[in-house]
Design a protein. Structure first.
Length: 374
């Protein structure tokens, strides 16, 4: 099991953000031309990434020379213990008065906030009650989070190992007559008993015709002989997520089921053989999409090929037809092509990988040959 993130890692992350502030690199020129002298976030994953503080209530304000968390009395001791690289101040009621006092003390003129993470109501509240301009800008912390360090990758590897172990455990218990929801419960129990803090997302167990639903969350449906079954699940371990999908047949596979499965497996393998740093997200997506379409399944692969993985199960970068993001070494993404046929069923195969300069490192160890449970 991996230890806590090093105190100095949080110092580096804060300093990185501060350097961007000093250089005026955080402002989105399409939204504002102001230079910022502060950056505020209350998105929990961003606060945790920058400081180590895991409480559910906290505002992080970073200036070129200082950083402070404002939180309430419930979390003061926790914040002081976890966020040792920065100051912690107890917020009064209402919270924005305490933040405003700090703004006045530091003479902050313009504060940036993450436009995609702040509600209109909060924006208007800040405009009315904070004695500084509040400027919408991009979620720069999300950009920082795209590149994982070795410690983050090691923690994620543990989360992935848990999913591999859980799948091996549950596959031995699947048989005709078991409910999809019971499979999901077995997975959740196993993951938490083995150290996961929570599920990474609601477990998908979709069987028979329901396997054509890419996000078919586990239902009361009974598994039947001849069903294609897709299981998509993940663990959250020490704040980092895993995400794995496997499809299999309960019984002997029909020729059509084998054809669909092999199409998806080959598409995924083509991606894993070719993906590397320097490629655009849409270029990688095209590898799988082009192959699947050539096999006659155009219109049956409706989602993107993959997504970033980290403190959130879906984060930047994206592998999709619209993604212009250039992949870099250290990015951690999923590769999950699929084919879905209405009133028949579907297949998806997903692994978690780390991008390298020359290729990728696959974190999952669960086999991918077609599994027939007989």
């Amino acid at each position: 099991m991996q230890g806590q993130q090093n105190y100095h890692d949080y110092e580096k992350r804060i300093k990185n953000l501060q350097e961007k502030l000093k250089k005026g690199l955080l402002t989105d020129n399409n939204l504002a031309s102001n230079e910022l002298d502060g950056y505020i976030t209350y998105k929990q994953e961003n606060v945790e990434y920058l400081t180590g503080f895991t409480g559910s209530s906290g505002f992080l304000l970073v200036t070129p020379d200082d950083a402070v968390i404002f939180t309430d009395s419930r979390y003061m001791e926790q914040a002081k213990e976890q966020a040792r690289a920065i100051d912690v101040l107890e917020q009064g009621q209402p919270y924005y008065k305490t933040i405003n006092e700090y703004i006045k003390q530091k003479k902050l003129q313009a504060i940036g906030f993450e436009s995609e993470n702040v509600t209109v109501a909060t924006f208007e509240l800040w405009q009315k009650n904070l004695e500084s301009s509040v400027i919408p800008c991009n979620d720069y912390v999300a950009q920082l989070r795209m590149i994982k360090d070795e410690h983050e990758i090691a923690i994620t590897q543990t989360a992935v190992d848990l999913t591999d172990e859980a799948f091996a455990y549950v596959i031995e218990r699947i048989r005709p007559g078991i409910k999809e929801i019971d499979i999901a419960l077995e997975l959740e129990f196993y993951l938490k008993k083995r150290g996961a803090s929570s599920l990474a997302f609601s477990t998908i167990v979709a069987s028979g015709k329901r396997s054509a639903l890419p996000h078919g969350v586990a239902s009361e449906k009974l598994i039947e002989l001849g069903d294609m079954v897709t299981i998509d699940f993940g663990a959250n371990y020490m704040g980092y997520c895993s995400d794995m999908t496997r499809s299999f047949i309960v019984g002997k596979a029909s020729p059509k089921q084998k054809e669909i499965y092999n199409t998806v497996l080959t598409a995924q393998q083509k991606v894993l053989n070719n993906i590397k740093a320097g490629m655009m997200g849409k270029e990688v997506d095209e590898i799988a999409r082009q192959y699947i379409y050539k096999q006659g399944y155009e219109g049956h692969f409706g989602h993107g090929l993959g997504h970033g993985l980290g403190k959130e199960v879906h984060e930047a970068p994206r592998l999709s037809p619209l993604s212009d993001t250039k992949l870099e070494s250290g990015m951690l993404v999923t590769v999950e092509p699929g084919v879905y046929i209405t009133d028949f069923g579907g297949v998806r195969i997903e692994d978690d990988i780390v991008i390298t300069e020359t290729g990728c490192r696959i974190l999952n160890k669960t086999p991918k040959e077609l599994l027939e449970i007989v």
